[in-house]
Design a binder for this molecule. Structure first.
Ligand code: ADP
Ligand code: MG
Length: 731
């Protein structure tokens, strides 16, 4: 039975035509790229050179912008926004739930009965006070102290969002409580960025005194599913939880493996083109698009940017994709695991460090000098991941991601680092080298193995590692597709920065101990120690295999399978020390954030339990009963005309089976709601989360098995929910 209506066909062709018009009016992406952004080009028409250079300094070194300049910037931004057709502005921020938040204010200020002006002051640009009481705060803010404020982040440019033809100026901001605690993703991210920049720059000084600053780069590959919008609205589970809670696999699923890099269905391509255009106009540097492994699954990836911008852009991109999809009769599913038995979605975070002199610190250079610099950063990242693997695991722990990590598809829940054969060999030879503190070297030579400059080919093959070195960057692949990248990037930045500081302290101590020793020898010596104590985290084999699970256990690497368990790492001594000592989070903030994570986990599963319960009651059981009645009707008619029960044994059997399944569905459903009520009695958020995970989630599976058996059994026409085979077909 086909549930897809053709209602949206005309709209689709309409929007396709608009697109073609748009495209034919422009020559290449560069002709409209960034046109909705208050970037350097727009600024040049509205701001003085002085103001532009102040913004530049804020972008480059976090320099604070003074009140007078802020007034000028606000005024220029307002004039630009008015010229662009906007009447309102909003502070755009990323609260600790879902995507983004906005509260719109108009520039307009009445001055008399029928007169008014448009104003926007530096004060309004710099700070706003949205009512914060409805955003999660993890108990930081009592309801009577509901105030929170947003503060301008000049390092991310303002932009204009268009919705239904209405344009609004959006100003990226951080969001903090009135008492100064961060209530969003961005505020701590900016702190870790400053931390890692400083730590990396200090270490670079060993190699090149011209390096006075470093930046962190990030390129986010985003996977997603598409479903037809009309089918989506017929699936309460997709609508409310983002994933299907019941539904059995179609005969032709991913086992065909013909979807990956296959040709993109035309309607999907039109959608992609449309959202890419929107993204490009917003200055989001999207470059690639392709099919992913699963049917209905796709990926897009931008060119990397500085990390703060890349995170904002990824967050904005998710909004844009969702908004544009509707124009094409699609819904975007960003959930990590929308369909059981079919590959889920992730968000690969490609991360590296760049110097002000233009050197990628994770790119092996042409000569041995650069090799030592490369090895220094390379080994320190490995050591950081080794020392804080549990925290890294916690940073990606979400209810959706639990369906991927540890399942046989996505990166495993064991945090390990893939470096490729060539570099594993380099590291082994480097480590085995005798310590050269006695100065046995030829003058000027550095005793480290040679590293080929181009590593891309032999480092990019392992797809099963959660944290892989891919030639000139590390790729953290275990991040969930719907997640805000900040949580994982806060941890990665912080652990690397902390490690770089510790490394430098050790090297400095080594140099102080032996004044005649060569600096490079001291660096090598310390590096060898760091490598020896962390190399067990390096793994180049198949991360999905059972052997790895055993091997990892032998190595003492943790395999933390679910969020309820993983989150505890945030409150470990090591984590508290890392974050509090380095001024990233106060103890209170860390506690509050962890609490929010537990709460979000529990609320999501609770919602799933409710939706599942309703679906069983309102869709599954009624479908089974309707079908059963039809069979019963058929049976009584057949018996009436004289057939024997034996001769209609098939119908009799189906009646029995259906009765059994209906009973089971009914009982398990009752159990589900009883259990939900009882686990909700548990006071501690952590324990409640564990109970939700260990008790409630397994019951979901039991309910699902019964429902899926019913789905397989009943007549298609009695099954009122769109099936997997329909959901996964986009043509
Ligand atoms: P894949 O991982 O699918 O092979 P690519 O090699 O094209 O894809 O890179 C994926 C992402 O990594 C892109 O967003 C790209 O811009 C980004 N990337 C490349 N170099 C760097 C770097 N030095 N720092 C951060 N990201 C990078
Ligand atoms: Mg990749």
């Amino acid at each position: 039975m086909s549930k897809s209506s053709s209602a949206s066909a005309t709209e689709q062709s309409q929007s396709f035509t608009d697109n073609q018009e748009f495209t034919s009016n422009h020559r290449g992406i560069s002709s409209y790229y960034g046109e909705l952004v208050f970037g350097p080009i727009a600024q040049s028409g509205y701001l003085s050179e002085n103001a532009i250079s102040e913004i530049g300094r804020a972008v480059n070194d976090g320099h604070a912008i003074g009140r007078e300049i802020a007034d000028e910037v606000a005024n220029g931004m307002k004039d630009w926004a008015l010229d662009m057709g906007a009447t309102h502005y909003t502070h755009w921020f990323q609260p600790l739930r879902g995507t983004t938040a906005e509260k719109h204010d108009s520039f307009f200020e009445p001055t008399g009965i029928d007169t008014g002006i448009e104003v926007f002051s530096g004060k309004a640009l710099a700070q706003q006070e949205p009512d914060a009481s409805s955003f999660p705060s993890g108990g930081i803010r009592n309801t009577f102290e509901a105030r929170g404020y947003t503060a301008w982040d000049p390092s991310s440019p303002a932009f204009i969002i268009e919705k239904g033809g209405i344009r609004t100026l959006c100003i990226p901001t951080i969001f903090v409580s009135y008492t100064g605690e961060a209530l969003d993703y961005k505020a701590p991210l900016l702190k870790t960025l400053a931390f890692v920049r400083k730590a990396a720059t200090d270490v670079c000084q060993y190699f090149d005194s011209n390096i006075i600053d470093c930046s962190v780069s990030l390129g986010v590959e985003q996977e997603y599913f598409l479903v037809k919008e009309d089918l989506y609205y017929q699936r309460p589970d997709l609508m409310y939880t983002g994933r299907t809670l019941i539904g059995h696999l179609p005969p032709k699923g991913q086992q065909m493996e013909d979807h990956y890099f296959g040709s993109i269905p035309t309607k999907v391509q039109v959608f992609m083109n449309d959202f890419e255009q929107q993204a490009h106009r917003l200055g989001i540097p999207l470059r690639t698009r392709h099919n992913e492994v699963a049917p209905g699954q796709f990926e897009c990836a931008p060119q990397f940017e500085t990390l703060n911008l890349a995170v904002d852009h990824n967050t904005l991109l998710m909004d844009v994709m969702e908004a544009v999809a509707s124009d094409h009769g699609f819904r975007v599913l960003l959930h990590e695991k929308p369909f059981k038995g079919i590959n889920g979605s992730g968000k690969h975070n490609n991360w590296s460090l760049l110097t002000n002199t233009g050197v990628n610190l994770l790119s092996p250079g042409k000569n041995p000098d650069q090799n030592l610099q490369f090895l220094t950063f390379f080994i320190n990242v490995i050591k950081a991941v080794h020392d804080h693997a549990d925290l890294l695991r916690a940073s990606i722990a979400t209810v959706g991601n639990d369906h991927r990590l540890g399942a046989n598809e996505a990166p495993p829940a064991i945090m390990s680092v893939f470096v490729g054969d060539t570099l594993e060999d380099v590291l082994n030879r480097f480590e085995a080298d005798i310590d050269n503190a006695d100065g046995a070297h030829d003058a000027g030579s550095i005793n480290i193995p040679n590293i080929p400059e181009i590593l891309l080919d032999n480092t990019d093959r392992n797809r099963t590692s959660p944290f892989a070195f891919t030639g000139n960057k590390f790729e953290f692949r275990a991040v969930g597709s719907s997640d805000n990248c900040s949580s994982s990037m806060v941890v990665l930045n912080a652990i690397v920065a902390n490690q770089l500081v510790e490394f430098k302290n050790k090297v400095d101590a080594e140099i102080a101990k032996n004044a005649s020793a060569k600096k490079t020898d001291c660096i090598e010596k310390v590096l060898r120690g760091e490598l020896s104590s962390s190399k067990k985290v390096i793994f180049g084999g198949n991360g999905y295999s059972d052997e790895w699970v055993q091997e990892a256990a032998k190595r003492g690497l943790n395999n933390i399978k679910n969020t309820a368990e993983a989150l505890a790492a945030y409150m470990s001594e090591a984590s508290i020390d890392l974050f509090v000592r380095n001024g990233i989070f106060s103890h209170k903030e860390l506690e509050a954030r962890t609490e929010i994570r537990y709460e979000t986990f529990v609320l999501s599963i609770e919602l799933e339990a409710k939706v599942l319960g309703e679906m069983v009651q309102n869709f599954v059981i009624p479908s089974a009963i309707r079908y059963q009645s039809r069979i019963a009707d058929n049976v009584s008619k057949l018996l009436a005309i004289g057939l024997t029960k034996e001769s209609i044994s098939a119908q009799m059997e189906m009646l029995n089976t259906l009765s059994g399944l209906i009973n089971q569905a009914h009982q398990k459903n009752a159990l589900l709601s009883e259990l939900t009520n009882s686990v909700n009695e548990i006071e501690s958020a952590q324990e409640r989360a564990i109970a939700y995970n260990n008790k409630l989630k397994p019951l979901f599976e039991e309910v699902r098995i019964v429902c899926d058996l019913i789905e397989k059994l009943v007549d298609d026409s009695e099954w009122s929910l769109p099936k997997y085979r329909e959901l996964l077909t986009l043509n």
